[in-house]
Design a protein around this ligand. Structure first.
Ligand SMILES: [Mn+2]
Length: 322
């Protein structure tokens, strides 16, 4: 499959690249890395993401060229969907994409649909960028420093700074290769982690007050409401990574972070340590993700969603490893 995809990338000319709504470091890093490598091969590329690039990723080369509308009418030979388990997670661009004759789907989410003509879904990989790097070697294509910064950042963020269970030897080897190409880990870490605004810190302070423990300390939860965002003049993007605070408590096996995105709509992020499979919990609620990191969207008031989900999570934990 790697070789088949490498051949398609070599043989075609006009590419549409896209990723999921609410993009993270792997989404934007994979988009940027593939766009830069394809341009290096003389291809025409449009990289699309429906939502705003989070501020901590805006230092990434190419990120400023990612478009929020697919320019039209434009014909593409090929679309590549990155880090995105279901086609409708692309958002508004999904319609345009379905008109492209051939779709290549590259992902590492265990719940991925096979919506492409070519599907390369490898849940054992740390990140989508890790899979891309293997494809770049198969083309074979030169990885510039700019592309390397994108790949490194994608692996760094998807492994939680090389801390999560997906921090494999292979993830570390690729990261090391990116450093060999000139990536400066200190520079990337400082851009990604030390670029917090005062407002975001104030939002975190409010959110931490909502931290609660259940199931004898095995379940922790925290929330951010629309009102907290208004009070601190922040947006939902400022909540990125907040889920790691409840997750960091020593007794916690499952952490849940609720954020109210609109009235009546709540985003629920799940993290686990060890054997609890939160992808399964997310799947029960029409979401998806990985064994230790997953998410879903729920309808209803924040209060109601919090109560129902926490009750379900207590039962889930009592059921033991899934
Ligand atoms: Mn990813």
């Amino acid at each position: 499959m790697i070789d088949a995809i490498a051949k398609e990338l070599r043989d075609n000319k006009r590419f549409l690249l896209t990723t999921h709504v609410n993009p993270d470091g792997d989404a934007i890093g994979s988009l940027g890395a593939l766009a830069l490598v394809l341009e290096g091969l003389g291809k025409q590329v449009v990289a699309y993401c429906q939502d705003e690039i989070p501020s901590f990723l805006r230092f990434l080369p190419y990120s400023e060229r990612i478009v929020k509308e697919i320019p039209g009418p434009k014909r593409f030979d090929l679309a590549v969907v990155l880090d995105c388990g279901e086609l409708d997670r692309i958002g508004n661009g999904a319609g345009v994409l379905q008109k492209v004759e051939k779709i290549i789907h590259i992902d590492h989410h265990s719940s991925s649909d096979d919506f492409g003509q070519l599907n390369l879904v490898r849940p054992e990989c740390s990140s989508t960028a890790e899979i891309l790097y293997e494809i770049f070697q198969a083309i074979p294509a030169t990885v510039s420093l700019e592309a390397a910064e994108n790949i490194y950042t994608a692996i760094l963020t998807d492994t939680g700074s090389f801390r999560f269970a997906n921090t494999t030897a292979r993830a570390l080897i690729i990261a090391a290769e990116m450093v060999t190409l000139g990536v400066l880990p200190e520079k990337i870490a400082s851009q990604v982690y030390d670029s917090m605004s005062l407002e975001r810190l104030q939002l975190l302070a409010l959110s931490l007050k909502t931290l609660t423990l259940r199931s004898n300390g095995r379940l922790a939860s925290m929330l951010v409401s629309r009102q907290m965002l208004a009070e601190t003049n922040t947006t939902v993007m400022d909540t990125d990574g907040f889920v790691n605070y409840p997750r960091g408590i020593s007794t916690v096996e499952m952490a849940i972070f609720f954020r109210e995105i609109d009235s009546g709509k709540v985003n629920v992020s799940l993290r686990s340590r060890g054997r609890l499979n939160v992808a399964k919990f997310a799947h029960n609620h029409h979401g998806g993700g990985h064994h230790n990191a997953a998410a879903f969207r729920a309808e209803g008031s924040l209060n109601k969603v919090v109560q129902e989900v926490l009750a379900a999570a207590e039962e889930f934990i009592a059921g033991g490893p899934q």
